[in-house]
Design a protein around this ligand. Structure first.
Ligand SMILES: Cc1cc2nc3c(=O)[nH]c(=O)nc-3n(C[C@H](O)[C@H](O)[C@H](O)COP(=O)(O)OP(=O)(O)OC[C@H]3O[C@@H](n4cnc5c(N)ncnc54)[C@H](O)[C@@H]3O)c2cc1C
Length: 394
C-alpha cells in the first residue's frame, strides 16, 4: 500500500511506524512542513495506560519514550497564600521535541521516508497514493468542507511557556491581581525543564494589558507574578514565541472522504487542561493501523470502523475536557472555598454535576462518598451506567 501522511507530529509519525511494522512492504511517506527538530510547544503529559498500549504495539518506541520521560505522583496547588499537596496517579512528562525525535528515528529505521520542509497546500498536490492520512494538526489544510468541520473557541486566554524550574509534582498556582486571577499548570518533562501553561479570563488579559506587552516584558511580568511557584526561575518562550491563544475545539461530521482520513488534532481536539491530546493522537494511530490490518475489510470499511471505534472511545475524555475547560472559565465560583476544598474540587473539575451544585455542597457530598465504600461502589455503578448510555447514543 502507498501511504502518505501529511504532518510529522505524534499522530503522523506513530501511524507511519505502526504501518511499517505491520507490513514492511508498505511505502510510507511523511510530509512535514517544518524543519526536523523545530516543533512548537514544550512537554506533554501521559499516563500509564497509554504506555501499556504502546508497549504492546511497538516495544522499541515505547521503551524509548519511557526512558526519556520523567514522572510524578503528587499534585501541588498554590492558592490563597497556602500550598496544598495531594497524592495522585503516576503521571509522565516528555518533551514534545524529544518525543518527535524518537518517533522520527524509529520510523526512519523501519524504512519510512520523512520529507521535512514539505508543506502541503491541498490534496490535489499529492502524488499517486492509496491512502492520505491528514495528521496536520488543529489547522489542518486537508480538513476541508467535505469533512463538515466545526471549530469552537474557548473563553479564556492561554500561553504555552517553559521554565528551568523543575517541578517535582504536577503544580497549579492561582494568583490574584487587580483584574482577576491568573493561574498556571506546571509539570516537568526532562531533567532541567518544565512546562508552564498560563491562563486567564479575557477581561483579566485586557485589564492587565497583557495583550500589549512585548515578549521580554511579558515573560518578566508573568515570571514575577508566579515567582513563588517558579522558585524565582524565569519563564521561557519556545518556537513561535510567547503567543496568547484561545483554545479551539475541533469536531468533524465525518473523518474520512474517499482515500483521505483525519487523525489526531485534525480530527478532534481536547482541551489542554486534561493533558490528553497527544495520547489521543497516538491512540488514533493505533486504531487506524489496527482497522487497516483487519482481514477482509476494504479501505472504506476500515476507515469507517476506525471512525466508529474512536468516536466511541473519545466520548468520556471529550466530556471531561469540556467540563474541565468550563471549570476554569467559571473559576470565580470556586474561589471562596478554603484552599484544601478548592484543590479537592479542582480534582473533580471533569464532573458534569459540579457546575449545577453549590461548590460547598458538592465538596461535602463528595467527601462523604470518598469515605464510604458502599457509596463509592454506588458511584462506580452510576458512572458505568452513564458511560453505557453515552456509548449506546453514540
Ligand atoms: C498548551 C497545550 C498543552 C498541551 N499539553 C498536552 C499534554 O500535556 N499532554 C497531551 O497529551 N497533549 C497535550 N496537548 C495537545 C497536543 O499538543 C496535541 O493534541 C497533539 O500534538 C496532537 O498531535 P497531532 O500529531 O495530531 O498534531 P500536531 O502535533 O500539531 O502535529 C501536526 C504536524 O503537522 C505539521 N503540519 C501542519 N500543517 C502542515 C502542512 N500543510 N503540510 C505539512 N505538514 C503540516 C505540523 O508542523 C506538525 O508537525 C497540549 C496542547 C496545548 C495547546
Amino acid at each position: 500500500m502507498r501511504i502518505t501522511c501529511v504532518g510529522g507530529g505524534p499522530a503522523g509519525l506513530y501511524f507511519a511506524v505502526l504501518m511499517k511494522l505491520r507490513d514492511p512492504g508498505h511505502q510510507v511517506t511523511v510530509l512535514e512542513r517544518d524543519a526536523a527538530g523545530s516543533t512548537y510547544g514544550w512537554g506533554v503529559t501521559y499516563w500509564a495506560g497509554l504506555l501499556e498500549r504502546c508497549l504492546a504495539a511497538d516495544r522499541v518506541s515505547a521503551q524509548a519514550i519511557r526512558a526519556s520521560s520523567v514522572s510524578w505522583q503528587q499534585g501541588v496547588a498554590h492558592v490563597g497564600g497556602e500550598q496544598v499537596v495531594r497524592s495522585s496517579d503516576e503521571g509522565f512528562g516528555i518533551g514534545r521535541h524529544r518525543l518527535l525525535e524518537l518517533l522520527a528515528a524509529r520510523a526512519q529505521e523501519l524504512g519510512v521516508r520523512i520529507e521535512y520542509r514539505h508543506e502541503v497546500r491541498g490534496r490535489e498536490q499529492l502524488g499517486p497514493t492509496d491512502l492520505v492520512v491528514a495528521a496536520d494538526g488543529v489547522n489542518s489544510v486537508l480538513r476541508d468542507a467535505r469533512f463538515g468541520p466545526t471549530v469552537t473557541y474557548g473563553r479564556n486566554r492561554y500561553v504555552w511557556l517553559g521554565t528551568p524550574q523543575v517541578f517535582t509534582a504536577f503544580t497549579f498556582a492561582f494568583v490574584k491581581t487587580s483584574h482577576g486571577y491568573l493561574w498556571c499548570y506546571g509539570y516537568p518533562f526532562d531533567a532541567g525543564t518544565s512546562t508552564c501553561v498560563i491562563e486567564c479570563a479575557e477581561a483579566t488579559w485586557h485589564g492587565l494589558e497583557l495583550d500589549r506587552l512585548g515578549e521580554d516584558e511579558l515573560l518578566a511580568r508573568l515570571g514575577a507574578m508566579f515567582a513563588e511557584a517558579l522558585g524565582g526561575r524565569p519563564l521561557l518562550a519556545g518556537v513561535g514565541g510567547a503567543r496568547w491563544q484561545t483554545f479551539r475545539t475541533v469536531t468533524n461530521q465525518r473523518w474520512s472522504d474517499g482515500k483521505v482520513v483525519l487523525l489526531g488534532d485534525a480530527a478532534h481536539t481536547t482541551h489542554y487542561s486534561i493533558g490528553a491530546g497527544t495520547s489521543l493522537a497516538l491512540e488514533d494511530a493505533l486504531a487506524l493501523a489496527d482497522a487497516l490490518g483487519r482481514p477482509g475489510l476494504a479501505l472504506p470499511e476500515a476507515l469507517a470502523a476506525y471512525e466508529r471505534e474512536r468516536r466511541q472511545a473519545l466520548l468520556a475524555t471529550q466530556s471531561a475536557a469540556r467540563y474541565s475547560a468550563r471549570w476554569y472559565e467559571e473559576l470565580t465560583r470556586y474561589l471562596e472555598l478554603k484552599p484544601e476544598q478548592f484543590f479537592a474540587l479542582l480534582g473533580q473539575r471533569h464532573s458534569p454535576l459540579l457546575p449545577h451544585v453549590p461548590p460547598q455542597l458538592y465538596y461535602w457530598a463528595n467527601r462523604a462518598v470518598e469515605e464510604s465504600p458502599g457509596l463509592r461502589r454506588l458511584r462506580g455503578q452510576i458512572g458505568r451506567r452513564v458511560a453505557r448510555t453515552l456509548h449506546r447514543r453514540g
